[in-house]
Design a protein around this ligand. Structure first.
Ligand SMILES: Nc1ncnc2c1ncn2[C@@H]1O[C@H](COP(=O)(O)OP(=O)(O)OP(=O)(O)O)[C@@H](O)[C@H]1O
Ligand SMILES: [Mg+2]
Length: 302
């Protein structure tokens, strides 16, 4: 039964956060070493002449070494949340902390992988990874680069340029570049979104292998519910405008996960419901059934 496989599904998880007090600068959040904490974050953007709220009161906690997936509809602020965690954007309220360090800017402790690989086209695979490796590493650079090329399975392709790589190979190179400084947290924004279904499945398995080898904390944004269930220890459904956390799920299905298992299907349905639970009323059950049937047929076809 699902209850045996998913503990406390639909239960709000503890958020190691202090209550946010409006108008005060965020107090440093003291957490367990390595835990990533997002506490009551608000983020707005100026769109036209309107300051538009994008994220409201978003909190989450990821323990060191955990795998978190964020799912939600287009435009609900998933990438913005990831950019706030990366330090590429600043929340106007709330705080992000890694261990007892408050995040204020990008840092080598957080690696980022985007949907498009963002490799430099004039550099080959080896040079791209070398470019990503911190300049403070003075000795052993070649060994570190070679180790990461091996980690992502690109031995023999070191001299190829991005234009000569398949989509999956380019994402592997992007992963190696993001991992080469041994970040404590790897942030992945739809990293496999542009790949065909078979390569995507292969990359999901590879990512789990890399996660197990590196033991980095993973935060992955995806539209793909099955991908989230296959990968995550914890899934957060972001929704609404401004986006906030609609629901949290703990996934305790044994790995490697069987996409055809009944527990997997039940969780898929629960997450589907959480995403499509509209602010102005639920999606009609007929429509939900139809979309769910399509999703299942699609996942079985691949
Ligand atoms: N730099 C920016 N300036 C202004 N508006 C922005 C900026 N970045 C994002 N937005 C707006 O914030 C909202 C959320 O964008 P975001 O990219 O975070 O959504 P998302 O959930 O990642 O969507 P998708 O699933 O389509 O990638 C959108 O309305 C977008 O137009
Ligand atoms: Mg996005």
């Amino acid at each position: 039964m699902l209850s045996q496989l998913i503990s406390s599904s639909k239960r709000m998880l503890d958020v190691a956060a202090r209550p946010f007090q409006s108008g005060t600068s965020p107090a440093p959040v003291v957490t367990t070493q390595g835990t990533l904490t997002v506490s009551h974050c608000d983020k707005s953007f100026l769109i036209g002449d309107q300051l538009t709220p994008i994220l409201r009161d978003v909190s989450l906690t990821v323990e060191a070494g955990q795998f978190l997936c964020v799912v939600g509809g287009s435009g609900c602020g998933k990438s913005t949340l990831l950019r706030v965690i990366a330090g590429l954007e600043t929340a106007e309220r709330g705080s992000v902390a890694l261990g007892d360090q408050v995040v204020t800017k990008p840092g080598l402790d957080r690696g980022v992988v985007f949907q498009e690989h963002r490799l430099l086209p004039w550099l080959n695979v080896w040079q791209n990874i070398d470019f990503g490796l911190s300049q403070s590493v003075r000795s052993g650079r070649d060994r570190i680069i070679a180790d990461h090329i091996r980690l992502v399975g690109l031995e023999g392709f070191e001299m190829l340029h991005p234009g000569q790589l398949s989509g999956g190979m380019a994402q592997r190179a992007g992963l190696a570049r993001a991992l080469v400084n041994h970040p404590r947290v790897l942030l992945l924004d739809e990293p496999f979104g542009a790949l065909d279904a078979l390569t995507r499945w292969q990359m999901q398995t590879e990512l789990l292998r890399i996660w197990e080898a590196e033991r980095a904390t993973m935060i992955l944004v995806t539209h793909d519910i099955d991908e989230a269930i296959y990968l995550a220890d914890q899934i957060i459904v972001l929704g609404g405008r401004p986006g906030n956390v609609r629901q949290r799920f703990q996934v305790e299905l044994p790995r490697p996960r069987d996409r055809g298992a009944s527990g997997f299907a039940e969780l898929r349905r629960e997450i589907w419901d959480a995403i499509f639970l509209k602010d102005d009323g639920d999606t009609s059950s007929f429509e939900r059934e139809r979309l769910l049937a399509e999703l299942v047929a699609e996942s079985h076809a691949t």
